[in-house]
Design a binder for this molecule. Sequence first.
Ligand code: ATP
Ligand code: MG
Length: 256
Amino acid sequence: MNKIIEIDQLTKRYELSGGDYIDALKGIDLHLIKGETLGLVGESGSGKSTLAKILMKLEALNSGRILLKERDSQLYKPKEYFSHIQMVFQDPYSSLNPRKTIFSIITEPLVINKSLTQEELRRIAKDKIELVGLNSQVLERYPHTLSGGQRQRVGIARALTLEPEVLILDEPISALDVSIQAAILNLLIDLQKKLNLTYLFIGHDLNVIRYIADRVAVMYLGEIVEMGSTDDIFKNTKHEYTKKLINSSLDLKNDN
Ligand SMILES: Nc1ncnc2c1ncn2[C@@H]1O[C@H](COP(=O)(O)OP(=O)(O)OP(=O)(O)O)[C@@H](O)[C@H]1O
Ligand SMILES: [Mg+2]
């Protein structure tokens, strides 16, 4: 079993004003196996995005450690670390800089991390934009001229420019119109096969998780309360909280 990411006893405390605090992560143990999709579910506030942000070094951890390819994440230079792991954000409206062309959005990680000629940047941008199913003419345009689905394709292309092996997907389709969610989901599945990517897929919609994930981890108030193969989690649910989560997502479906 090839563990590309291993998370050991990870804790995160947010200090609030007046000496208050929130223990957002209370000792998380989790691993990602190369090539798999691990679905991460749990109600709002359970700590899913905090975990994603710590993996992307957007937040510092308090204790515990993260191993990337068996090496402590803190030992990597940022440039090297982010050549292995990238993130796609939930909201393609706010996550793309409105003042930049799609070309400069997509090539930004390359400009920061590598010294490439303009010609090489053009070639890579064209390559990535076509990989996510868009026409290369899009490169000259600005985010506001694109639909939500097109923008999320751009977000995915940007995450792929450094050719990472791991993608953190924090609710990548939740902000999109329902009519295009399946197309983006299937794009992610195609890309995973083509590029042998490993996904940490954070989601609310358990039907989506069931469709995309090989294994599922269930979070509740900063802890992993249940973890197993997707089949096991849905068919032999052990934890009461997971049962509630599954039932409430069925309720939501019936309400629609
Ligand atoms: N920057 C912050 N400062 C203080 N508290 C925070 C901060 N970010 C998150 N929290 C708190 O940490 C807990 C976990 O939040 P987090 O965003 O990780 O949850 P989540 O599982 O991603 O929820 P959602 O499903 O709504 O996205 C919550 O109680 C939240 O209020
Ligand atoms: Mg979140």
